[in-house]
Design a protein around this ligand. Sequence first.
Ligand code: SF4
Length: 450
Amino acid sequence: MLFHGVGGSTVLFSAHWMRFLPSDFRVKTLDGVADDWPIDYAELAPFYDRIDGQFGVSGIAGDPAYPDRPEYPMPPLPIGDWGKRVAAAHAKMGWHWWPGSNAINSRDYGGRRQCVQRSTCRAGCNEGAKGSVDRTHWPESERHGVRLITDAQVSRITLDEKGRANGALYRDGPGPEKHIKADVVILAAHAIGTPRLLLLSAAKGHGNGLANRSGLVGRRLMMHPLSRTIGLFEEPMMSWQGHWGQSLYCLQFAETDVSRGFVRGAKWNLSPSGGPLMAALYPWPGERLWGAAMHEHVNAWLGRAAIWGVTAEDLPEVENRVDLDPELCDRYGDPAPRLHYTLSQNSRDMLAFMNQRVEESFRAAGAYRTLLRPLVAEAGWHALGTCRMGDDPETSVVDRWQRCHDIPNLLILDGSAFVTCSSVNPSATISALALRAADHLVNHRRDVAR
Ligand code: SF4
């Protein structure tokens, strides 16, 4: 889901729009693991409020799992029959649930149309209802004079003789490399692309890669381990329709309860099950989907299934990391990124616990059968944490304003800066942090650019 194109990965994202929980910023203090952020929820809240308006978020305020917040720009999207069944079951069990908050238009908003509920969000929204950056920010930015260079691939950040960032080398087709000059350089290349570029840009005084005094560039990679359970119901629910997107979410098990045998927790999101192609992607274990078996399978699935996705909070571990591949190269001959990642015992235990609870949720809602994918292998699109934020230049890469400690006119405005990864989807926090850092940059531009 690392999408290279105008709008980046938001073109393909599911648009779940979740704020971090207040505890997510204080993991060390509360749970004795990982680290605290140098900022807290209250400091970020006004930027969450503003960014909701820019992306166009639908939802309903008042979730008791969160501090008070203003009403969303739009009312929530429909939760569907599958959502009503699960919500009723959770209400009976005393478990948390809340209508999904999504960066998806529930009415015409921001010059974009209302969602038509056809469930193809992860292939790009052809209605323009989903808040992807090619729709929400680029047109406005270009109207304000920003020049967008497409098909461009940056190979190095460059420094001047004083060691300050002064631009980037890039190619946008055949021919020699070009240099673009800048007073301030902002990196937003995802938690894999950003450390790769810093490591590729090793220069005099930065032999270990740019901004890497701490040795943490590329380290502490977190991935949000993900499981999915499909619940099958006898009754038709029209679940081939809907947004994906979350119909509703559950934070019942998001906070630490040490009696469970692990720290931190997971966020669940309920989605409709999509059309026949989605059904074909999910054979039952040992089932060969061909001929009559395929028809039977699709019949059972189509309109009668829902999906719980579970995103588990990963803890930052220095050995989980991105570095440069010694052999594999990109089309221009530069080393590709290489990932080293081992799922921790804490994350394994957490997923095992969650998967049992999800089964209970679906059974309570009336599902007659469930199918568990205990760890979705092709997930990992929430890569985070590889250039962590902090106050101490010896133990972090960027400061609280996301300026590199070693090169203050080089900013990192993506999920690389995360100290911990929460259990919730990261896009709202990446964006709110970027807005906060951009505000600071504008207000202090004379100091930063000098
Ligand atoms: S369901 Fe998804 S793809 Fe379809 S209009 Fe709504 S947001 Fe767009």
